[in-house]
Design a protein around this ligand. Sequence first.
Ligand SMILES: [Zn+2]
Length: 82
Amino acid sequence: MPLCRRCNAVVDAKQREFCVNCIATKFFKNETWIGFLISDTSVLLDPPVHRLLIDLFKEGSELSCTDAINWQNIHDNWDKPF
Ligand SMILES: [Zn+2]
């Protein structure tokens, strides 16, 4: 199984270099205002926040496998560079 270049999670063949969590993180940080709003990353573990972010991700990303997002992974790796 291939591993994500950024966080070493198992990568789905369709996702190639990065896992869905890192793809979502990159999207939130680069394509939305979320990255600027989040000063305390603990909000990334908050279910109401997940619903908001999943809606944004579904609208703005070509990936549709949002059920597979691991919020603990996103939280733990938020500040890791790409
Ligand atoms: Zn990853």
